[in-house]
Each structure stands twice: as C-alpha cells, then as structure tokens.
Design a binder for this molecule. Sequence first.
Ligand code: TXA
Ligand code: MG
Length: 339
Amino acid sequence: MTSPAGNTLVPVSPESLARAAALLQRDEVCAFPTETVYGLGGSALSPAAIERIYALKGRPKYNPLIVHVADAVAAAQLAGGWPAVAQRLADRFWPGPLTLVVPRGAAVPALVSAGRPTMALRVPAHPVALALLRTARLPLAAPSANRSESVSPTTAAHVLRSLPAVPLILDGGPCPLGIESTVVDLTTAPPRLLRSGALPLRELLALLPDLELPAAAQSLGAESADQTARAAPGMLSRHYAPRAPLWLLGPAQLALTPAQLAALAPPRGLLTYEPLPELAAHFHRVEQLSSDPQAFAADLYAALHRLDDAGVGSIAALTPPPDLDWHAIADRLRRAAFR
Ligand code: TXA
Ligand code: MG
C-alpha cells in the first residue's frame, strides 16, 4: 500500500525493522505499532528528529512527548532521578500501557519535554515496538501517529491517512488495547494522574492508593473536560476528535426530542454499548460496540474512524456508565465532544 506521496506501509519483517532502525539512526522518523495506538517515533536524543515529529503532527510546541525505551534500566538511566515508586510501578506494569513522568536527565533534549524539567517514559508491551527499540538502540520519542487533535490511529491504514508524509509505517496489525497509555506524574507528592488510559485504574490505585485523580475523575458525570485538561499540562481539551461533531447522550436523552434530532446533522452516526433499537432507528449508521469496557476501548477509535469514513454529519455517543472501568473512555469521549 502506498500513499499519494509515494511512501510505504510495510509489513513487519527483519528487513523492514532494519530499514526503520536505519531511518531513526539518521534522525528521521517512522511510525510503528504499540499495544495502545500507533506511534510516530524519532530519536529522543535528536532535536532534528523531535522537530520533525512536531512538524508532521502539527503539534503545538508546548505539548511534551513520551520517550519509549526497551526496559526499566534504560528508563532509569535517561531520567534525572528515579524514585523508588517509579521502580515499583515499572516492576509491576512494564512493559505495558503506563507512562511515568520523572525528572528529565541531562542527556535528554529539552525539546522532547517542551522545555519542562520533567520527562515522560514508558516501556511498550508490543513486540514490534520492542524489536524496533532494540534494533535502533535509541530511546524513541513517540506521540500518537496522527495529526494533532484528531482521533489516534489503531491501524497502519489510519496512520497513512492522517500522516501521508511519514516515510515508513511498520504495519503490525490493529493495536490490541486501542487507547493511549495512562500517564502518572511522579514529580509531585502525592503522585497525580495526568491522563487516564489503557491501564485499568483499579490496578493502578491498588499499587498507588494516594494517586490524585483530576476533578473530572472523581465525579464522572461532571462535564469538566476543562478541569481535566488543566490537571494535565500540555493536554488539549479538544482532542481525539472525529471530523463530524460528536455529542454525548446522557441517560435522559435516550428518547430524543424532535429539536434534539434536528440538531444532529444527517447522515447521523450512533456510538453505543447497548442495543437501544428505538434510538438507533433515528440513525443512519450505528456502531454498537462491546458493553465490556476493555473491548469497547479496543474498538473505540476504529469505530470513530469508520463513522468518519462513512461520511456521517454528526455522531451521538452514549455516555459511559459512571464506573472506574469506563474512566478512560469517558475522558476520551468528553474530549472528542469538547468544542
Ligand atoms: O499510548 C501512548 O502513550 C502512545 C503510544 C504511541 O505510546 N503515545 C501517546 O503520545 O499517546 P501523545 O504524545 O499522544 O501523548 C503524550 C501525553 C500528553 O498528554 C502529554 O501532555 C503527556 O503525555 N506528557 C508527555 N511528557 C510529559 C511531561 N514531561 N509532563 C507531563 N505530561 C507529559
Ligand atoms: Mg496523541
């Protein structure tokens, strides 16, 4: 598969991994799968590569990047300090969808962290990401491989559509978790949850009971995307947004009034985790995902991409249940709906 710019999406093989690693070593970039979403990677030690990542994504320069490494030893070496709690979390959750914010080490360009004295680190659990890290022998700065503010890519085809100028995309199939890593700031006492994500919050809280949740996390029903954004520096309120405007349907809106229906531009898309046949009758395209939150998360971005591809004029999404297991999904849908 080739993009209009003549760039390639290639299956994973020893040859394509070597090509990708060679690009990275020349301070160029490539896209690769992780267990969460596809990343747009470049050497975290190269200001030129980091500049390229920001430029390709159209990402504001104040939004810092996550540095991916092959193991916790490499993470501790790059960091400017490695607290005991970081090691405990790494022992329990790495490789995996947890990103730790710690002091930035002297070898790491300030540009990676948008000038902050801190840095974000994670060891991804995807075999292709790990193989690339080991082949390139570099820490990789890698944000999600999509244009800033749009829906994150969970397949190589999503990357190609969003970022056709990426020189190489390693196609490792769909990402199994489908939602970004959980980000925890360990530079504050108590530690703070900066971004809810693929790591089940229950498991994180079991190890880190004093973890400070953003205000929106404590009362899930509250429409406080803004507060979540402020608690997570560099995180934009409007984010993860499909092309079509997305509206969240509360429990009271399952029977839409004619005025509410009229406000939803046709053709209408519905995103739900329950059948709701009466409501669904008003929609042209219905994405009914699993009622299991992990399975729902795995398909959420792909479903938003499918709705966009179908050319819907609006999307109504059922508000997730106010339950810890739906926490990250509720966060993403709130941000997708923010305008
Ligand atoms: O699952 C993921 O984390 C994916 C894959 C590719 O690993 N990456 C990802 O990157 O989602 P990105 O750039 O889309 O999101 C990075 C998040 C942002 O919310 C950013 O503000 C936060 O991490 N972050 C990075 N460095 C930080 C720092 N030093 N302090 C606070 N937040 C930081
Ligand atoms: Mg992103």
